[in-house]
Design a protein around this ligand. Structure first.
Ligand code: GAP
Length: 458
C-alpha cells in the first residue's frame, strides 16, 4: 500500500472535527492537541476495543485507573529521575533546538549547519508543585508512563483480588513527556494516552510470555484494520533498550513519515517490583535496582504459601494517539468515481467509526418523512451501538459524501416510499441502506432494520 500524505490527514482532522491543535486562539502550544466531536468517538472506540480484548475477555487481567499526579519517590526509585533523559543540542546558526539522536549526519534539520552545541542531558518529566507552599520538596511529577501506577498498586491488587500467577493489570490513561521536538502531528506529543498491561509471570517463564504478547498484540492491531503490509516487528538492540528492559520488541507501523513505533513489548524482569519493594536484601533481585529506604510494602507473591518471590513483568505498552493516527492513515482513501468526480473516504472498521449510522430524510420539511426519520433514529439509537447522526441537509448525494469522509459505515435514507402507502406497494415501509465502501444501496424492510444493523456491527 502506498504511503499516505500527512497534510491531507491533518487537514481532514481539522475540517471534520477529529483533532485540533490546542489553544489555537492563543497561538497554540506545541505538541498538544485536542480531540473534537469525531476524534473523541474514534479514540473512545479504540480504547473500548482494547479494554474488551484485554480485560473483559480474559479472566487473568484486572483493570486500574491510577492517579496522574505522582509522588516523587515513584520516579526516583523507578529510575526515571536519573535516566529518563534525551540529549539535546542547539544550532548556533539558526538557534533551533534538536534531539541529538534524531539528527542526520550531525546537521541542523532547519538550516543544515553543523555548528551545534555539545549534547546536554534533558529530563523529559514535567514537575509541578503540590499544595500552597512552594518549597523545594513539595513537588510531584505528571507521570511519563502509566506503568508505575500499576507497580505501586501491586500489593493492593494482590490483597484485594487474590490473583494467581500469571496475571496482569491493565490501564489506559494520560502520560506526559516534555519532548524536545514534538512532531508529525499526534505521533510525538507532550501529552498523550497509553494503553498498558503489566503481566506478572514466574521468573523463567518470562521469555515464553514475552513471545506470547508480541504475537497477541500484533494480531490485535490487525483486527483493528491495520494491514499486514503496514506492520512489522523490530527487536531493539542492547544499546537501544530502556534502563528497565531485558528485551523489547517494537510493533512498527508505516505512518506517513515512515515505519515507526506504535507499541513496545518489553521484558522488564523484576526491575520494577524489585525497585519499589521493601526488604530488597532478602529477595534475590536479578535487576540492577537502587537501594529503597522508603517503601513500606513487600511486593512479592507467595507460591507455595510462605515462599516469597518477585514475579517478572512483561509489558505491552501501546500509544493510543499513535493508534488513532495509524487507523486514520490506514483508512484514508481518495477514490476516482468517473466523470472527473472523486470522493474522500475513511474506510475505518465499522465498530471503530465515530458515527455508526446516519439517518438521512429525503426532505427536511416534509412532516411525515421527518417524523418517520426521527422515530427510526430513536429505535437505532436504542441498540446501543454508538453515535447515530441525524443528517437533514436535504441533499442526499452531499450527505453520502460527507459521511464517506468521516467514515460512517451506513446511511439510511427515508423517502416517500417509506411513509406512503403508494401504488408501489413493494417499497412501502422500506428504507434505503447505503454502504460506505461499496456505495451499494439496498432497500430493506423497516421491520428488519434493527436486526440488519445489529448483525452489521457485530
Ligand atoms: N511503559 C513503557 C513505556 O512508556 P515507551 O516506549 O516510552 O514505553 C510506550 O512508550 C508507547 O507510548 C510508545 O510505543 C508510543 O506508542 C507511545 N508514546 C511514547 N512517547 C510518546 C509521545 N511523545 N507521543 C505519543 N505517543 C508516545
Amino acid at each position: 500500500m502506498s504511503a499516505k500524505n500527512l497534510e491531507e490527514i491533518v487537514s481532514l482532522c481539522k475540517r471534520k472535527g477529529f483533532i485540533f491543535p490546542s489553544a489555537e486562539i492563543y497561538g497554540g502550544l506545541q505538541g498538544i492537541y485536542d480531540y473534537g466531536p469525531l476524534g473523541v468517538e474514534l479514540k473512545n472506540n479504540l480504547k473500548a476495543a482494547w479494554w474488551k480484548s484485554n480485560v473483559y475477555e480474559r479472566d487473568d487481567i484486572y483493570g486500574l485507573d491510577s492517579a496522574i499526579l505522582s509522588q516523587k519517590n515513584i520516579f526516583y526509585y523507578s529510575g526515571h529521575e536519573s535516566t529518563f533523559v534525551d540529549r539535546m543540542v542547539d544550532c548556533r546558526a539558526c538557534k533551533k533546538r534538536w534531539r541529538f539522536d534524531h539528527l542526520i549526519e550531525g546537521k541542523c534539520e532547519n538550516c543544515g549547519s553543523q555548528d551545534l552545541t555539545e549534547p546536554r542531558a534533558f529530563n523529559l518529566m514535567f514537575k509541578t508543585m503540590v499544595g500552597p507552599v512552594e518549597d523545594k520538596n513539595s513537588y510531584a511529577y505528571l507521570r511519563p508512563e502509566t506503568a508505575q501506577g500499576i507497580f505501586i498498586n501491586f500489593k493492593n491488587i494482590v490483597d484485594s483480588m487474590a490473583p494467581k500467577l500469571p496475571f496482569g493489570i491493565a490501564q489506559i490513561g494520560k502520560a506526559f513527556r516534555n519532548e524536545i521536538t514534538p512532531r508529525n502531528f499526534i505521533f510525538r506529543v507532550r501529552e498523550f494516552e497509553q494503553m498498558e498491561i503489566e503481566f506478572f509471570v514466574k521468573p523463567g517463564e518470562d521469555e515464553k510470555w514475552h513471545q506470547y504478547w508480541v504475537e497477541r498484540r500484533l494480531a490485535w492491531w490487525k483486527e483493528q484494520g491495520l494491514s499486514v503490509n503496514n506492520l512489522k516487528l523490530f527487536q531493539q538492540s542492547k544499546e537501544e533498550l530502556a534502563h528497565y528492559s531485558k528485551a523489547t520488541v517494537d510493533i512498527l507501523y508505516q505512518f506517513p513519515h515512515g515505519f515507526e513505533e506504535l507499541e513496545g513489548i518489553s521484558n522488564r524482569t523484576d526491575y520494577d517490583l524489585g525497585s519499589h519493594t521493601q526488604g530488597q536484601a532478602e529477595l534475590k533481585i536479578t535487576a540492577n535496582v537502587a537501594v529503597n529506604k522508603d517503601s513500606t510494602a513487600k511486593l512479592t507473591v507467595q507460591d507455595p504459601p510462605g515462599q516469597h518471590f518477585l514475579p517478572y513483568v512483561i509489558e505491552p505498552s501501546a500509544g493510543l494517539d499513535r493508534g488513532v493516527l495509524a487507523i486514520l492513515t490506514e483508512a484514508y482513501e481518495e477514490e476516482e468515481l468517473g466523470d472527473n468526480k472523486k470522493r474522500i473516504v475513511l474506510k475505518i472498521k465499522p465498530r471503530l467509526a465515530p458515527v455508526k449510522v446516519a439517518i438521512v430524510p429525503l426532505k427536511r420539511n416534509e412532516a411525515s418523512i421527518v417524523e418517520k426519520a426521527k422515530m427510526i433514529k430513536k429505535s437505532i439509537q436504542s441498540l446501543g451501538i454508538g453515535r447515530i447522526a441525524y443528517e437533514d441537509t436535504g441533499n442526499i448525494g452531499k450527505s453520502y459524501r460527507r459521511h464517506d469522509e468521516i467514515g460512517t459505515p451506513l446511511c439510511i435514507t427515508i423517502d416517500f416510499d417509506t411513509v406512503n402507502k403508494s401504488d408501489n406497494r413493494s417499497n412501502h415501509d422500506t428504507v434505503t441502506v447505503r454502504e460506505r465502501d461499496s456505495m451499494q444501496q439496498t432497500r430493506i424492510q423497516l421491520s428488519k432494520i434493527e436486526d440488519y444493523i445489529t448483525s452489521f456491527f457485530r
